[in-house]
Write a protein that binds this ligand. Structure first.
Ligand SMILES: [Zn+2]
Length: 443
């Protein structure tokens, strides 16, 4: 009996050890050539980051000699910055659209889950240590999120929406224009569809009850849904208000997919925290953005990827006209939104485009008028603020997660260096070193 109790005490002590008092082997000194520890402020010169138990312990000027037993990581020739944050991905969506379309009928949810495991790792190795998934099977995405949290598999921290809320026939109705057998089956499982304000409250509560961290809804039509009929408003004002109020009641932020101007304005008036895509913003909607302090997540890589896929026949024929229209309007309207001072948070809609190529968004943001420093801030401090995670991520400061990446050359001069991340650490675990994949779990 005594020994059993002693054994239990030891187990409890070892479980509580990492955060209370990390062993020396759990301490890492990183020597950085240059360090952008707080995006939005000027970078520091040669610096040392001390990581302890997966968290940032301290940041010091110069290259400090590591403590006895601590690991030293030499990034003296690299530019070091916080792990990147992508506020809009679909981690289970196959980026090989032609193959996905041909194989769809043979695939089960388990096939998609494994595709998601691979996408998660590719995303992490591209330097994105946190993503917000805005539309996936809620059980798959919470399982993936929790497996990454527990250290079972390698991937980014996931903030999960589960399934996007939509009206019947709306952008997130997966039964649109399917045959009657598939339509019947999908409709019977569609907890995310709602019609009328009360029903929309139910739909939000169902996603939350299954583990959603954030709520996504589709305020307007979308390019890739299998239905004709444009990109304008698809939920009534009172339905949007019911969705936002219910999510906020449960302490969840709300992201609205919105292309058309009327739909964007209605979602902003309903009180959303972010507009996704925002294809047809105008000076009027930009004023509303500033009044409500909502974020715009531009997903600039998505319209061009979607158009190329639609033209190649990898999407249903009903998407082509919508893809042409969205790609033509998006760039110019985004440039005006940036000029007029709308707050921008970084997001790519990866899953439409390729997973692991998320950083291609940076060059498009700069082309649309964001300074490189502002584009980097959008993918760190600003995205972390939108995700309500500023206490854990977004900058390299004592107490935060040790989510750290490094590139060769300064991204403040050329943002495209972020497309070639050389080093990735998430919560103190090194996943990429000198541009090469590290064993996980670490041996
Ligand atoms: Zn999306």
């Amino acid at each position: 009996m005594r020994t059993t109790l002693a054994a239990v005490a030891i187990v409890i002590a070892s479980l509580t050890l990492p955060h209370a008092q990390a062993p020396a082997s759990d301490v890492v000194f990183i020597h950085a050539g240059a360090l952008l520890d707080r995006p939005g402020q000027a970078p520091r010169g040669p610096s040392t980051i001390v990581v302890r138990g997966g968290r940032i312990d301290s940041v010091r000027d110069g290259h400090v000699q590591p403590a006895a037993g601590a690991r030293l990581i030499d990034l003296k020739r690299e530019f070091v910055l916080p792990g990147l944050v992508d506020a809009h991905v679909h981690i289970f969506n196959d980026d090989d659209k032609m193959r996905a379309r041909l194989e769809l009928i043979n695939r089960d949810i388990e096939d998609n889950l494994l595709i998601g495991v691979d996408n998660a790792r590719r995303t992490l190795e591209a330097g994105f240590t946190t993503v917000r998934d805005l539309g996936s099977d809620v059980h798959s995405v919470t399982a993936l999120r929790d497996a990454i949290i527990s250290g079972l598999i390698a991937g980014p921290t996931i903030v999960a929406a589960g399934q996007g809320i939509s009206g019947t026939g709306g952008h997130a109705d997966s039964s649109n224009n399917t045959n009657r057998d598939i339509a019947e089956l999908r409709r019977s499982r569609a907890a995310n569809l709602c019609n009328g304000a009360d029903d929309c409250r139910r739909a939000v509560r169902e996603q939350i009850s299954q583990g959603a961290d954030v709520i996504k809804f589709t305020a307007t039509g979308g390019v890739n849904s299998n239905i004709a009929g444009g990109l304008e408003q698809q939920l009534f004002d009172d339905e949007m208000k019911a969705i936002v109020d219910t999510a906020h009641l449960f302490g969840r932020r709300v992201a609205a997919h919105a292309h058309g101007e009327k739909g964007i304005a209605a979602a902003l008036r309903a009180g959303v925290d972010s507009i996704e895509h925002g294809t047809y913003t105008s000076s009027a909607t930009n004023t509303l953005f500033k009044q409500t302090q909502a974020w715009l997540v531009p997903t600039m890589v998505a319209p061009h990827a979607a158009l190329a896929q639609a033209r190649a026949g990898a999407r249903s024929a009903l998407t082509l006209a919508k893809a042409e229209e969205a790609a033509a309007a998006h760039g110019e309207n985004m440039a005006r939104a940036i000029r007029e001072g709308v707050k921008i948070a970084f997001g790519t809609d990866s899953g439409v485009g390729d997973h692991g190529k998320n950083a291609k968004e940076f060059a498009l943001l700069v082309k649309a008028g964001l300074a490189p420093a502002a584009a980097i801030k959008a993918a760190t401090v600003d995205a972390a603020t939108l995700l309500d995670r500023m206490n854990r991520i977004g900058s390299i400061e004592p107490g935060k997660d040790a989510d750290i990446v490094a590139v060769t050359g300064s991204p403040l001069n050329d943002v495209t260096v972020l497309e070639r991340v050389r080093f990735v650490m998430r919560q103190g675990v090194v996943h990429m070193l000198d541009g090469g994949r590290q064993a996980f779990p670490a041996k």
